[in-house]
Design a binder for this molecule. Sequence first.
Ligand SMILES: Nc1ncnc2c1ncn2[C@@H]1O[C@H](COP(=O)(O)OP(=O)(O)OP(=O)(O)O)[C@@H](O)[C@H]1O
Ligand SMILES: [Mg+2]
Length: 245
Amino acid sequence: MGPLLEARAISRNFGGVQALDRVDLTVNAGEVLGLIGPNGAGKTTLFNVICGLPPTAGHVLFKGEDITGLAPDQICRRGIARTFQLTRPFAALSVRDNVAAAVLFGRNPRQIRSLDDARRAADPILSSVQLDGRKEAPAADLLFSERRRLELARALATGPELLLLDEVMAGLTVAETQEIVEILSALRRELSLTVLVIEHVMKVVMTVCDRIVVLNYGEKLAEGTPDLVAGHRAVIDAYLGVAGA
Ligand SMILES: Nc1ncnc2c1ncn2[C@@H]1O[C@H](COP(=O)(O)OP(=O)(O)OP(=O)(O)O)[C@@H](O)[C@H]1O
Ligand SMILES: [Mg+2]
């Protein structure tokens, strides 16, 4: 299958900081691509550029169309959804209504005519992330690990073809991490999603990803299968030697 997303020669400066330096990234339809690298490498900035942050230079193509710098709602309607490193649900709304809001914001405005329709559409999504039991709770009452799954549900609710996950497992216990890994593999099977995932837990990256791209100081350091990347000298020096587990 061909590329779903292509980021071409992306550079992004913040004042004097070069967060990204001519980074090329291709995400093929159906794959799970891991994006790794030390803190400050530019991983989240690359997500932001894919989601509409204007790059200093370069282009983002989705299904062959230039989407560089588009507004968040336009990016969403084309089929790209993301999670945020810091989750910010509508705290006072129920878990179910948080997901319903994302359904309304997303790609099916014609079939979804009312808030009730959106709530009904939210239910299977909540089951898929194992939050059925917490539907009526205000989002503010969720445990840390449940908030992560809500964040995932809200992204899924917009009906993406490409899902961008920014450290959805950070700070979770081994059991909670395993739970998300299982949720992701089920989603991948059922929805034929393409996933771009930023993750620090190397064990997860190595088992979940088909391919890995390594960023370091805003530059692409290496790219390849998990085995290839894990054996790459520069990657070990820059990253795995320090953060590897
Ligand atoms: N809005 C911003 N304004 C100024 N500098 C920024 C901004 N966003 C990112 N940066 C800088 O760009 C560089 C890359 O940051 P980025 O958040 O993309 O890294 P990261 O790889 O996601 O790191 P982490 O693993 O810590 O999440 C850092 O030096 C960061 O301080
Ligand atoms: Mg980040």
